[in-house]
Design a protein around this ligand. Structure first.
Ligand code: FES
Length: 114
């Protein structure tokens, strides 16, 4: 069963920035775009597990800092000619707070800076 869990406030993440939360399944990167959309993806590039949270956000995508693959944050897919996909997680803004949909057993996550 999934539930929505408050992660942080939108203002805790700079525009074009990110924050990482540690979950039992691995690090999850929360991204904020220049127009205040938020996305959550596993913080591991589908190429060689580079830290996407340290990449450059542009439009609704992030460029991996290691080998410059471009990952679409809405669906986790690498842009052509690269092929691969990173896991994405439902996220929403509620009254300025960022909420992530995670399974109940993972709800006691620990926040770390991203
Ligand atoms: S690890 Fe991300 S492009 Fe290679």
């Amino acid at each position: 069963m999934n539930q929505w869990v408050k992660i942080c406030e939108l203002d805790d993440i700079l525009p074009l920035g990110s924050r990482v939360i540690e979950l039992p399944i691995g690090p999850v990167a929360i991204f904020r775009t220049s127009d205040d959309k938020v996305f959550a993806v596993l913080d591991e590039c589908p190429h060689k597990q580079g830290p996407l949270s340290q990449g450059i956000v542009h439009d609704n995508s992030v460029t991996c800092p290691l080998h410059n693959w471009v990952i679409q944050l809405e669906n986790g897919k690498a842009e052509a000619p690269d092929v691969g996909c990173v896991e994405t997680f439902p996220v929403q803004l509620i009254d300025g707070d960022i909420h992530l949909s995670i399974t109940v057993s993972l709800a006691s996550s620990e926040l770390i800076d991203g």
